[in-house]
Design a protein around this ligand. Structure first.
Ligand SMILES: CC(C)(COP(=O)(O)OP(=O)(O)OC[C@H]1O[C@@H](n2cnc3c(N)ncnc32)[C@H](O)[C@@H]1OP(=O)(O)O)[C@@H](O)C(=O)NCCC(=O)NCCS
Length: 426
């Protein structure tokens, strides 16, 4: 990291601060010494703050670039499976064929949850949202793996916990849905791939077989790959922050799921489908476009725009191609909701307001459409996102612990309350 300094002049006092520069991206001013000068920085929402250094994922929103461990997402999506990416995020390199075989074997071995977990599911109301169930059940796994079985400073324990999470979260996600439907739990099967397994646990029942379709399982795999990691978003930062106290990894990932559940984070694809349902027919698209452009109306076109990507979201380009493949395969081109989505996309992409503001469809616009076409219910969209993001969460949690400069997360605040005052005699 370079040693160029920035100068801060505050209340007549001059303070020199080092500039830190990663291998790519903008430089940052290292303000970590300020607390000893009794000065704080104020940055609600951390929009100008790099909380950590990380070598996992790089995003350049201006260029529309996303790299995992240096590899472009386009190449990863074309050449790899989700478990290759999960291995890459955690270990830093793609697996060779021997490593891959061993990794897949371990994931399959751990995909079966402890039998006692069935009882935890049964404590939930049937109408509970699958994400509420996932937060609870994944958190409850910290009661199965702790103490001698899970020491956060033991690299083998961390590796095993990461694999347990990647292996069991699909089963927990599928069972969260099965439970809400009053359906028996379907167990994972070793002969199926990671994606096929999830689809089988979601859609088969003890008396009906789910017929696997390679176009569908490939599309699902793409959804997982494209959502596997996206550097320091709210849920990933949550996992790192919770983990910084040395907390159990299953509890950390449960906290990540809770953060992801919020509509401002993982809920955009569900919101896109809800919006399409409201628009209902192509004749009403212009009315909604007009509303999205109206500054006095809080309505926004869901699935358009991105905080970081001010050029195209590279994930959206891949998801769009997958979306078209799926709609063709399933003969859904003329289904009213998909026709409506494609028409809306076309109109918005040609509209001056959206073009000028660089508001392109984001990955959630297409992933919502693909998941609906795959028959995944709206309430499971964020759960699928959580299952994909587990790979990123465990990689960041491990990296945070490995970093010898990591400290317990302890943000400061600007106090705006009452001044010191005496308690009156009552
Ligand atoms: C994602 C999002 C929050 C990014 O917001 P941001 O980077 O903070 O950008 P801003 O909210 O400052 O928006 C910039 C301008 O574009 C407009 N804009 C952004 N997204 C818009 C949308 N989806 N529909 C209509 N106008 C939009 C804003 O009104 C603003 O206009 P102004 O400059 O005239 O005030 C925003 O684009 C959005 O709300 N999109 C819809 C929800 C969504 O799809 N989220 C998933 C993200 S992966």
């Amino acid at each position: 990291m370079a040693k160029i300094k920035a100068k801060l002049i505050i209340q007549g006092k001059e303070i020199e601060l080092p500039i830190v520069q990663g291998s790519m991206g903008y430089p940052a001013i290292d303000v970590s010494s300020l607390h000893s000068n009794t000065i704080k920085t104020f940055d609600p929402g951390f929009s100008s703050t790099a909380e950590c250094s990380s070598s996992i994922t790089f995003v350049d929103g201006g260029k529309g670039e996303l790299l995992h461990r240096g590899h472009p997402i386009e190449q990863l999506a074309e050449k790899c499976e989700y478990l290759d990416i999960a291995y890459l995020l955690f270990n830093g390199e793609l697996p060779n064929s021997r490593e891959k075989t061993g990794y897949i074997k371990s994931i399959k071995e751990h995909s079966l949850p402890h039998d006692q977990l069935n009882n935890i599911f049964r404590g939930f109301r049937r109408d509970a949202h699958p994400m509420a169930v996932m937060v609870g059940v994944v958190g409850s796994m910290s009661a199965f793996y702790f103490d001698e079985n899970m020491k956060v400073n033991n690299q083998n324990h961390r590796k095993l916990s990461a694999q347990r999470l990647i292996a069991k979260v699909p089963t927990i996600a599928a069972w969260s849905y099965a439970y809400s439907q009053g359906r028996p739990f379907v167990y994972p099967k070793d002969e199926l791939s990671y994606s096929e397994n999830f689809l089988n646990m979601m859609f088969s029942t003890p008396n009906t077989k789910y017929l696997q379709n390679p176009v569908i399982s490939k599309a699902f795999e793409k959804i997982l790959i494209l959502h596997a990691d996206h550097e320091q978003n709210a849920s990933t930062s949550t996992v790192r922050l919770v983990g910084s106290s040395g907390a159990n990894p299953f509890a950390c990932v449960a906290a990540g799921i809770a953060s992801l559940w919020g509509p401002a984070h993982g809920g955009a694809n569900e919101a896109t489908l809800k919006m399409l349902g409201e628009i209902r027919n192509e004749g009403r698209i212009n009315e909604y476009i007009k509303r999205a452009k109206d500054k006095t109306d809080s309505f926004r076109l869901m699935g358009f725009g991105h905080r970081i990507y001010k050029n195209k979201d590279p994930r959206a380009i891949i998801m769009k191609a997958t979306c078209h493949e799926v709609l063709d395969e399933l003969g859904l081109r003329n289904d009213p909701i998909f026709k409506l989505a494609l028409k809306l996309e076309k109109i918005a992409l040609e509209d001056e307001y959206f073009v000028k503001k660089k508001l392109y469809p984001n990955v959630d616009f297409y992933s919502g459409i693909v998941m609906k076409a795959l028959g995944i219910p709206n309430s499971m969209f964020t759960a699928v996102f959580a299952l994909a993001r587990t790979a990123g969460w465990v990689a960041h949690w491990n990296e945070m612990i490995l970093n010898e400069n990591s400290k317990i997360g302890r943000p400061r605040q600007i106090y705006t309350g009452k001044l010191r005052r005496d308690v009156p005699n009552l």
